[in-house]
Design a protein around this ligand. Sequence first.
Ligand SMILES: [Zn+2]
Length: 446
Amino acid sequence: MLSQQRDANGDRIKGLREIDPAKAEVVRRIFTLYADGMSPRDIAQLLNKEVVPGARGRKWRDTAIRGHVSRGTGILNNESYIGRMVWNKRNYRKNPETERRTARANDASEWVLTEVPEMRIVSDDLWRRVKERQKEIGELFDFGQSNRLNATHRPGYLLSHLLECAECGGPYAISGKDRYSCTNRKKRLPIDELGGACCSNSKTITRQELESRVLDCLPVAFFSLGIFDTMSAKVIEQETLKLRRPKAEREQMTRELNELERKQKSIIQQISDRAMQGRPPLAALDDTLDQIEFQRVALAREIDAFTTSEPDMRAKIEELKQRHNPAQTELRMRHFFLQARRGKNDDAKRQVMPIVRSLVQKVVIGKTPGHQPATLQVHGLIASILAQMDVLDLMERRFVAEVHADFIEKLEAGEIDTQQKQKKLLDSYEEELRRKYPEWANLQVS
Ligand SMILES: [Zn+2]
């Protein structure tokens, strides 16, 4: 994205590069699109459709955009865009006998960081937004593996894309401040099914309320029916699938690596030929060699992280089975629901996201008068489980049981050592129950 400045002899001036405005614009656009929620894959497709040339005139690939956060590769992780240059990432040694140069990557401890504010093309704010989004989707399913595949197809939140408006059938989506609303209503779209009228469902619901209300009905079903075996099997299956990355993709990357190595050899050969013939060194060759080496190292690392040998795989699957056995799953679920009930714990939610999403097919959100909580209709496997039970009764029983446990816990911790404190706590439980009751009542299953 940055082209190097040269002196009168055509040699590179070390440390000075100039910004290509058109390319800088593309970089900013990529950052903005990604921060606004577009996946690297969709961004690459969009740029290719618009025939925006990628690096060295090639087509855009999502990997070039996404890269690896920890390794600083990929457009979204390139610190030079915020005016931070890394020098000395690699060095070249010339073999005195053959005159050939070989490239070698330096250890990260040898890197030199320089602030070059004039090279900045992305604002700190935009950079921060991108880093937050990376964190948000990167952490979702990251079980210590590089989650290169499918990262872009993963839903952002527990119930993303499963929400439907009861009135017009349109999607409910986040519209500012973590609050879901009917998309058709927001866009004032005329709806055929409503005779060309706009959707009148102006009910909005915070993500927190929606998630906890839907989650609230899950443990009841789980604990009553003992479906931890199924859940455990599902998680193991899903994680195993992630381990077995498609062979085709790995082979494609290996082919690319071979091609890069072939190009590299040819350039090193050209450089050494020129030296042998006593011709002056050509800066452009150096540049290309730099670029290829950078790509090669990044790709080689990616392949490395990507490749799991068969015995390794078996060990990992074994470990997965251990980690996700039914007893562990139940323990984690109990812990999770306790945390989720007590506040916002997105981390806990992410861990059970695959399970929740396999049980909840969709949630239909309907309007209610005034400030009453929206009606939620939960469809899917969970619904058929719950339909067999007296949900409200179970909810209340569970609430009472949890409250009781909480009370004992606080009592033992010496937090409620006076009658007054105890009464205050009991009052707060009652108030919570009063608040929860209409929410439960408004939760239907079908
Ligand atoms: Zn609607």
